[in-house]
Design a protein around this ligand. Sequence first.
Ligand SMILES: O=C(O)CCC(=O)C(=O)O
Ligand SMILES: [Fe+2]
Length: 160
Amino acid sequence: MNLVETIGYVRSDLQSLHDWCNYQSRMKSMSSSRVAYGRTHKWFGYEVILKPNAEIKNGHWDERVNRLGDRILPGWNCALLCHYRPGGRMIRHCDHSVFEPLVALVNIGRTTFCIGNQEYHLTDGQVIKFDSGILHELLPVVSDRWSLSFRTIKPEYLRF
Ligand SMILES: O=C(O)CCC(=O)C(=O)O
Ligand SMILES: [Fe+2]
């Protein structure tokens, strides 16, 4: 069984997506993360501070992110743009339980993504879905690479 489903490719917009990624200069370094190295990130929709008791705040807002998210993960409320510099990686982990496990992710650049015992070489613009409750890992990237991942925070954690 494939643990990663490819749901499509960003094609016509790919160069402008690269330009947009480069432009996102206010990405902060994830100082508290024990699983990500050589990575900076920025939240859209809700921002989640990933402590054992997750803290949920308002993140950034961007029309491009909203459009993409509505197409690839209807009902999403949280998006994370990550930049990995060469050598950047994520060690094996499962995502925080504050999120529904289904993640939709736009891969920008090239990377090797491992989940369960499977390995996937993701190409520039590839859009995938996976169950983030299954152990997954990102091997060190060889050149700059971004991911824009969409998640849904479980309703029991939302306060209005
Ligand atoms: O950047 C990626 O491709 C994976 C990111 C990931 O697994 C995470 O942020 O939890
Ligand atoms: Fe993850």
